[in-house]
Design a protein around this ligand. Sequence first.
Ligand code: ZN
Length: 338
Amino acid sequence: MTRDRPQSTPICPKCGYDQSGEIATWESSCPVEGICPECGLGFAWADVLDPSRVDLAWYVEHAMSKWEMVRRTIPTLWLLLIPNRYWSRMRMESSRSLRRYAIWIFAVMAVAHLLSTIALVVASHSNMKQMNASALQFLANQPPASRGQYQQLLYDVDGVDYWWPLIGESLLYPVVNRSMDTGGMTLDVGSFAIGCAGFSVMWFVLFCAFPTTRKRSQLRMVHVARAMVVAGLFPLLVIEIARVGDALLFAAIIRNPMLAFDSMAMTILFWMMICLLVWIQWFWVSAVWIGWKVKIRWYELILVVFASLFGILIGSFLVFVLSFIGQGIEMVASQIGI
Ligand SMILES: [Zn+2]
């Protein structure tokens, strides 16, 4: 007799209905395809009996090695960016490890953070050199006797005393910001991206809190929880894009002080927020309609979309908590000379 493993209980991938009874009716042969008597989902019996068979070649959660994860990064990012395609390719049988997804998102963020840090360092350093060039020009126009009193206009751009705070600030920007006059897009976009997690939590609450929704959707809550994590973490990548945007603006401000950078930053910020808001709702509507095939009328879906906007309250609370962590980082940074 083999050991009875609870995780191998054959259940419907969508609603979780136990299929053991159905399997018990098989006598001489096994069918290839099946239909859940509870929710009507069609599936291949092989996938239900062994969910690890389902391998989405493009998806990072199904990667078996680090190298495979790297190879699947671009296709996963691309499909996540277009949620209806993501959900039409996602299979309900195919849940793997959310841990792997979370590790992947943070690894992608770490690489993107390194790149955006380099962008900020280059912007800061080139601004400093630009300021020194202007100061040198100014000094050259002064009578030789009075040049000495203007020497402090020149910054020393060599040595650890210069590079350590510069790199530290670039790494921790916008939590630590001492010298970068950037228009502050990252802080606003970042807060909004974190706030977007609130919309996702609200979608989850709307699904779980009402027994009628839960019963009618005939959906295992694990699918909704997974979507909450996927949709909550993905917008965080926008923070890195905003950091590069801030670096570009910062580098441009010194060179063209007459241009209206504040209004430019505001416009970019506005569109980034709109895109985030559209993406998060697009993701959830696609999940409900395409991914899970929940029988819901369009006006009900619009109502849920509006109700999910109250999630901004949850998101604001999250931002509030994170602002304290930010203050802590700022304090530590000033103690170590950043
Ligand atoms: Zn079912």
